[in-house]
Every structure is written in C-alpha cells, then in structure tokens.
Ligand binder design. Structure first.
Ligand code: SAM
Ligand code: SF4
Ligand code: F3S
Length: 446
C-alpha cells in the first residue's frame, strides 16, 4: 500500500506549482497525495517568507501537527519553501519535530533525502541554489492528468533587489528555463487536459533564454503557446514594470489567447518612494504602458500590488498612490502594510507610526475594492466568456473564471468542465460573479 503525503502550501503561485511538482516526484518513491492530514505518513509545509511572522507561522503549524499526532506514529515532517531557505539549519535546531529542511532550488534532492532519512534517521538541511539541476530533474517527471488551468514556471529568482524584498535571498539569482523544456511541458499539460496555462516567474517578463541560434523572451513563449491546439487561454504573472518591453506589449495585438488582464505591481504612486524602494521605474513609465495597452484594446484591465507605509511615505506620497489608483482603476489588487524583512535594506529604515499605516491601508483598500465592485457590477446583464474549471463540492454548481480572472459560479453539468461557455451575469459582489449559461450561444471547446 502506498504511503500518504499531505502538503500545506503558503505563499505565491510558484509555491503552488512547486508543491504539485513535489507530489509528482514523491510518487516515484511510493507516496500518494492525501487531503487528510490525520492519515499522513509525510507532512510537507511549503512556506513563504514575504511578510511578518512568516517564521512564527511555520513553528505554529508544526506545533499543530505535533498535537494531532500525539500518542500516534509521528509523520515525516519536511519544511520546504522560502522560510526553509532563509532559516535553514536553525529550524532543525529550534524544532526537533522537523526532520528535513529543503530550499526551493533543491527539490530535485528531496526523494533522495527522504530515502536516506528512512534508512538511518539522519536529519538534513538542503539549501543549495541548483536551479538548472532542479528543472532538468523535475521536467522529466510527468503527470497523466492536468488541471483545466495549470501553472507553468518559466523563470525563477530575482536580481532586482528591491529594498523591501526577501525574494532575491530566498529564490536566488534570476534563471530562465530552456525554451524547448517549457514548450514541451506546455504541450504535455494541454494533452493531459489543460485549457489555460499561467506562465510563472518572480519576474516573469524578465524571461530571457539564449541558445546558439536565438534569444527567447516571454513574447516568444506566448506566440508559441498560441499555436498549441486545444489551449484556449494564456496568462503570465508576476511581471515587473521595468520589463514591459515592446515585443511583450505587441503580443496584446498579435495573440488571440492572451487574456486582457495585466498584473503589473506598482507598489507606490510616488516617484520618491519608488526610488527609495530601488524599483528603478517611475509612475510615468507605468502610465505609458497603461496608455499603450488601452490604445491597442480598451478592454484590457490592470491589477497591481501596493505597499502601504513604506519608510519615508509622507501624506503627499500616499495621495499620489490614490491618484494613480483613480487614474488606472485597477480591477483586482493586493495591498499590504510594509513589513521589515530581516536582511533587507529597508529593514534598517525608520518605520512609520502603526496607526497612520493602518489608516492608510483602510483608505486604499476601500478605493481598490470600490473599483473592483464597480467592474463586477458593470458585467451584470452582460454575456461573458467563462472557462469552467470544476464542480463545487456538494452544491451542484460549477466554478469558472472570466477573462479577468474573476470567479464565476453557474449551474451546469460535468460535461462543461474544460469548456469556454457564454454566461449571462445576473448578480455580482466584490469577489464573485453569478450567472446562467446561455445554451443557445456556442459552447466553445477551448
Ligand atoms: N516580482 C514582483 C514585483 O516586483 O512586482 C513581486 C513579487 S513579491 C513575491 C509579491 C508582492 O509582495 C510584492 O509585489 C509586494 O507588494 C509584496 N511585498 C514584498 N515584500 C514586502 C514587504 N517587505 N512588505 C510588504 N509587502 C511586500
Ligand atoms: Fe522582490 Fe523586487 Fe524581485 Fe519583485 S523585483 S521579487 S519585489 S526584489
Ligand atoms: Fe513567498 Fe517565496 Fe513566493 S517568499 S511570495 S513563497 S517567492
């Protein structure tokens, strides 16, 4: 009988992709994914280090597992991801319940270290940056069934060193996977049922792979994916404003499958703050990307990330962020209070009073949620294309997404999973649209 592995994932989409790959790799040594922690022989916590209390959250989770398994056989406990990379050996010292600690660029060594642990109970910490070996190993492991919407990592790591961010330390230097390896993975995903591919990278639009004949950019990948029969939608995230090159912007003219939502984190609407963050782009650069894309297609919408209360943020800086939000009318954004991350340049800067930042966050979120609701409301009584992804358990309803990534709930049947259907929206709230499938209109096989 196969052993059971339970994986809990925090953080960004790349961690979700990694967790899926880890589960695929673990099948080789006899583990099967379980949704029930109580039955797990192996517990993997895939961690995120981006904001406050990341470390404490990990120890808290491990404590919960220890309690659950009190008086029972202990599962093999593995901490993976960005906290594992940042804390490495310290974790094994502080929490004896942890057996293995493994950083994001060492997953190709996970099976080997599990087997070693099973043999001689030797605890281990692996935090090398061996990105090429990792992808060479993981790309050979194939899954027989894909989700309707699948992630595909094309680039990892970051060389930009924004002053607030831990990612360059936890994910290592920028690395772009070979073009052929990516196309091959995309073709397999589509063959196994994917209708949408979301290309991932910490700086996905910094993708740059050179072989002897050619240099490949994100735009080349998009235009190649465009040609894969059966693939209906292409997305990419997270992009950086500095790497919005003309070839990428032109994809919005040339690709029919590239979705009209651009997630382009700005962080702040003040050039003074952007400079202090070491972002190396200006608000004007952002607006020119916005103008260019809106001219190509006025239906293109934007989403973004904001950091509120960055050290030195004065009321005028904050007001400039509000002005930018009013200008772009982002339809779905993330906003967080600045968190001082250990080892980053910004962690040494003088913090703004908590009360002020909390108040600013509240104002910003009201603005952002307002635009989000307004966009959703504007879709009521309209027909929109929805890719149906799965059935909602026990509700006889189906979940899908529109072109702008909004969740859409409809009644339907299992045959619609993986199809793009026309839905008439009857109701909406901030996060979800509700509607009915129009059976008279064409149902497209994506
Ligand atoms: N590479 C992307 C970019 O440059 O825009 C961002 C990737 S980061 C994993 C995701 C988001 O986390 C950032 O856009 C930022 O808003 C937020 N973030 C990162 N460090 C933060 C910090 N120290 N405090 C608050 N938010 C932070
Ligand atoms: Fe972090 Fe900046 Fe790199 Fe984005 S570009 S991952 S925010 S250092
Ligand atoms: Fe978190 Fe690491 Fe992603 S810090 S946001 S899991 S790159």
């Amino acid at each position: 009988m196969s052993k059971k592995v339970f994986v809990k994932t925090f953080g960004c989409q790349m961690n979700v992709y990694d967790s899926e790959k880890i589960v695929d790799a673990l099948k080789i040594i006899g583990y099967e994914k379980s949704e029930d922690l109580k039955k797990a022989d192996c517990f993997i916590l895939n961690t995120c280090h981006i904001r406050d209390k990341a470390k404490e959250k990990v120890y808290h989770e491990i404590g919960r597992v220890r309690e659950l398994f009190l008086n029972k056989n202990k599962p093999l406990v593995i901490v993976a991801g960005c906290v594992a990379q940042a804390e490495n050996n310290e974790m094994l010292k502080r929490e004896p319940y942890i057996d293995l600690v493994i950083g994001p660029q060492s997953y190709h060594k996970l099976n080997e270290s599990i087997l070693k642990f099973q043999k001689n109970k030797s605890k281990n910490e692996i935090t090398d940056f061996e990105t090429i070996e990792k992808f060479n190993y993981l790309s050979k492991i194939q899954n027989k069934k894909s989700k309707v919407s699948s992630f595909l990592t094309i680039q990892e790591g970051c060389d930009k060193f924004c002053h607030f961010c831990v990612v360059p330390y936890t994910r290592g230097p920028e690395y772009s996977r070979p073009y052929d390896q990516i196309i091959n993975e995309a073709e397999i995903l589509v063959r196994n049922g994917s209708k949408e591919i979301i290309l991932l990278g910490q700086n996905v639009n910094a993708y740059n792979y050179k072989n002897v004949n050619k240099e490949f950019r994100l735009s080349d990948l998009i235009m190649s994916l465009e040609k894969i029969d059966g693939l209906g939608r292409i997305r990419y995230t997270t992009s950086h404003p500095r790497d919005m090159t003309k070839d990428l912007l032109d994809c919005y003219k040339n690709s029919k499958k590239l979705m009209p939502l651009v997630h382009l984190p700005i962080q702040s609407g003040s050039n003074k703050i952007l400079k202090s963050m070491n972002r190396k782009h200006k608000v004007e650069d952002y607006i020119s990307v916005f103008n260019f894309l809106k001219e190509i297609n006025c239906q293109i919408e934007f989403s973004s990330d904001f950091i509120i209360g960055y050290p030195g943020e004065e009321i005028e800086d904050f007001e400039n962020t509000i002005k930018l939000i009013d200008r772009i009318k982002f339809i779905n954004s993330y906003s967080f209070i600045f968190s001082a991350r250990p080892g980053t340049t910004a962690s040494k800067l003088k913090r703004i009073d908590d009360k002020i930042t909390k108040n600013r966050l509240k104002i910003i979120q009201e603005k952002l949620f307002g635009y989000q609701k307004m966009k959703n409301k504007s879709l009521e009584n309209k027909y929109i294309d929805v890719l149906i992804e799965n059935e909602i358990k026990g509700q006889n309803k189906f979940f899908g997404r529109n072109e702008y990534m909004n969740s859409v709930i409809v009644e339907g049947n299992k045959n619609l999973i993986g199809k793009i259907v026309q839905v008439k929206i009857s109701k909406s709230n901030q996060n979800t649209l509700f509607g009915e499938i129009d059976r008279k209109k064409t149902i497209k096989a994506a």
